[in-house]
Structure formats: structure tokens, C-alpha cells
Ligand binder design. Structure first.
Ligand code: NAD
Ligand code: GLY
Length: 372
């Protein structure tokens, strides 16, 4: 087992990463406050892992709260059902909310913990690759609004992130690829050597090779912990973690939550950010193509949805959280392995990015039509 730390003063917390950690009460129990525990999970994850987590909480008063599965349920109604369940069972301020599931469960359970009686103890037990490398770390919680992705929420840090890498054995391949989008993101924004490692190991990751997965999770969590420790509330560098997300969130909102997976939208969104970085002269065509090939090898889409026009993108991007004083800031690359956040780009260049032919770009990068 490997342990990393998110350094946030008295709100610092450990990230434990290893196989079969669901069966380790010694890691979990020290992070509970009182006797009560609400395990928030969903109907897919509960039959797989709820009993094991429950066994590690022996002697506690445990209430499972099983939500419907899917991004389309990341909303007020589902959040309200968590409060209904907790209040009906008289959870007090010493209760602990444990999120057992992917990023959807984690974001909603965390927001519920932030709001319930103005804030109760919270633990993340992420079970998708995406949630293990990204969403469980850093305290962003929230729900979607029909007009914008993750537009309602709170910064609320967990007191523990417990990553059981063996839960990935049951993850569908499409979800594994979605998680790889965020893994590749770290290479692109801050870690060029990791990008090179990913080029050598992406197939091993897709084949669920234990050692490769553990290494990728550790390296991703280390990158995220460092950024969050430096800029918890996203006043600066944390925004770089959103490479591809402004384009990606537009795709998710426009297509309907859950139609494109978050990681898939980020995959195509990163291709758009790469193209815009190339148009700005920050990266070469060869660098853009190298990154696009890796995204495609990860099993991710590299072409945005045909159904979306540039105006569709612009309309959704106007409600992005990176809009400040009416100016849309974008995360772009300075080079492979270094990102910047800027609102200083010619509008024509954004338009060129939105009107570019991504089928042609993918072909230029050497990706054939079938694998796009
Ligand atoms: P998800 O939570 O929808 O999980 C994907 C699917 O896998 C679901 O059907 C889920 O039930 C299933 N599943 C989960 N664990 C499984 C397992 N071990 N075996 C089999 N099936 C399993 O999606 P996700 O990709 O984990 O998370 C995406 C969400 O995370 C989005 O809402 C996104 O906005 C959010 N997100 C948040 C942050 C953050 O910093 N808070 C960062 C990135 C993404
Ligand atoms: N996933 C982006 C962030 O945590 O800031």
C-alpha cells in the first residue's frame, strides 16, 4: 500500500492506494467521528462492494443509501433523497458520510456531507478509475444544473480517500477509458515524462495490469494533491486541471447528461484544446498529433459530436465556471507537459478551433476512421 497526503493544514488528509483496502477497518475506522455512518452508493456498486465495506464498519450504526445509477441523476432530487434518508434515520452531527462509487456518487455524497447540518465528516471510497485519479481528491463536490455541468456545489474536503485498486476489476471497459482521459490530462498539463510512460503502458492499463494501474493512480493522485495543496479554491493553478473540460462540459450538457461519459467528453475536449494551442503557436503539429494518438489509444473519442455547431459550443461555454467578468478563460498548453490558463486569445482563434475538421485532424495524426 502507498499513502500520499493532501496538505491543507489542519484539514490535511491521507490517500491510501492499494489492493483490497475495502477489507481494512484499521485504515477506515480512525477517520470516523461518531457511531453513525451513512454509506452513499448506487444500485450498480452496492451489489458489488457494499457488504465488504459494511463488514469493515462492524459495531457502527450503518445506513446504506442506494441511489439510482447515472450522470442524469446527479441533481437536486437525488441530493434531497440523501437528506431524506439521513434525517429519517436521525443522523446527528457526528455522523460520517462515506461515498462508495464513482465520481457521480462522490460528488453528490460530498455535497450532501457539506450541507447536512452545515457539514459532517466525509470519506471517499472511489471505485472507478476516474474517481480514483481525480474526483475523490481535492474536495470539489456538487450536482449538475440543466443549464450547466457541476454548476451548484461546494468545496468540501474528505478526511480520508481510500482507493481499493481491486475494485477496477469489475469496471466496464468504456468506463476504464473514461478514467484514462483524466490520467492522460496530468501528463499533458504537468508531467511530460508521465506522458511518455503512458505511451509505453496504455495497453497494459486497458488490460487492467495491476502494477501499471497502481503506478498510474499514484502518479495522478500525487499530481492532483500537489495542485490542490497549492490552490484549494481554484484561484490560479488548479484551473489547469480542467484541460479540455470547458469544451467537454459543453458536450456533456448539450448531448444530455450521461450520453457522452464525462471522460469521453474530456477526451474530445482535450483534442480541441490541443488544436487551439497549436493554432496559437504554442505547440507544434507533431506535438498535437502525438497527444491525439495517445488519447485515441486510450479508447477515447477524438472528434467532437457531429450534432454540435460552433454556436452550440459557445452558448454552453458562456456558463463555464472559468468565465470571470464575462471573459472566458481557457486552459491551453504552453508545451506538452505544461498548461496555462488564459483569457488572452484572439476570438477568431477560438472560432477556428470550433470550426476545425476533427476528422481530418485525426487522420493527419495517423488515426484511421474506424478507431476515432
Ligand atoms: P460514474 O460515477 O457515473 O461511474 C461510472 C459507472 O461505473 C457508473 O455506472 C457506476 O455505477 C459504475 N461503477 C462504479 N464503480 C464500479 C466498479 N468498481 N465496477 C463496476 N461498475 C462500477 O462516473 P465517473 O467517471 O466515476 O465520474 C464522473 C463524474 O465525476 C462526473 O459527474 C464528473 O463531473 C465528476 N468529476 C468530478 C471531479 C471532482 O473534482 N469532483 C473531477 C472529475 C470528474
Ligand atoms: N477535476 C478538476 C479539479 O478538481 O479541480
Amino acid at each position: 500500500m502507498q499513502t500520499l497526503q493532501v496538505d491543507l493544514g489542519e484539514r490535511s488528509y491521507p490517500i491510501h492506494i492499494g489492493a483490497n483496502l475495502l477489507d481494512r477497518p484499521d485504515l477506515l475506522v480512525p477517520h470516523l467521528v461518531g457511531r453513525q455512518v451513512a454509506i452513499v452508493t448506487n444500485e450498480t456498486v452496492a451489489p458489488l462492494y457494499l457488504d465488504r465495506l459494511h463488514r469493515s464498519l462492524e459495531g457502527r450504526q450503518v445506513q446504506p443509501i442506494v441511489l439510482p445509477d447515472g450522470e442524469s441523476f446527479k441533481n437536486w432530487e437525488t441530493l434531497q433523497s440523501i437528506f431524506d434518508a439521513m434525517l429519517s434515520n436521525r443522523h446527528d452531527r457526528k455522523t460520517t458520510v462515506i461515498a462508495l462509487g464513482g465520481g457521480v456518487v462522490g460528488d453528490m455524497a460530498g455535497f450532501a456531507a457539506a450541507c447536512y447540518q452545515r457539514g459532517v465528516n466525509f470519506v471517499q471510497v472511489p471505485t472507478t478509475l476516474l474517481s480514483q485519479v481525480d474526483s475523490s481528491v481535492g474536495g470539489k463536490t456538487g450536482i449538475n444544473h440543466p443549464l450547466g455541468k457541476n454548476m451548484v456545489g461546494a468545496f468540501y474536503q474528505p478526511s480520508l480517500v481510500l482507493i481499493d485498486t481491486s475494485t477496477l476489476k469489475t469496471l466496464p471497459r468504456r468506463e476504464l477509458s473514461a478514467g484514462l482521459a483524466e490520467v492522460i490530462k496530468y501528463g499533458l498539463i504537468c508531467d511530460e515524462p508521465f506522458l511518455a510512460w503512458l505511451e509505453d503502458n496504455v495497453e497494459a492499463l486497458l488490460a487492467l495490469d495491476d502494477a501499471s494501474l497502481t503506478y498510474a493512480i499514484e502518479r495522478s493522485c500525487a499530481a492532483k494533491a500537489k495542485v490542490v495543496g497549492a490552490d484549494e479554491r481554484e484561484t490560479g493553478i488548479r484551473a489547469t486541471l480542467n484541460l479540455g473540460h470547458t469544451f467537454g462540459h459543453a458536450i456533456e450538457t448539450h448531448m444530455g447528461y450521461g450520453v457522452w461519459l464525462h471522460g469521453e467528453a474530456v477526451g474530445a475536449g482535450m483534442v480541441m484544446a490541443l488544436e487551439m494551442s497549436r493554432l496559437l503557436g504554442a505547440i507544434s503539429t507533431a506535438q498535437r498529433d502525438r497527444a491525439i494518438r495517445l488519447i485515441a489509444r486510450g479508447g477515447l473519442p477524438v472528434v467532437p459530436p457531429e450534432a454540435m455547431t460552433p454556436d452550440d459550443f459557445l452558448a454552453h461555454m458562456a456558463v463555464d465556471k472559468k468565465v470571470l467578468d464575462g471573459r472566458l478563460r481557457l486552459v491551453l498548453l504552453k508545451t506538452l507537459g505544461e498548461a496555462i490558463v488564459t483569457d488572452e486569445y484572439p476570438k477568431a482563434l477560438l472560432e477556428a478551433t470550433l470550426t476545425a475538421n476533427y476528422h481530418d485532424i485525426a487522420e493527419e495524426a495517423g488515426i484511421n476512421r474506424e478507431s476515432k
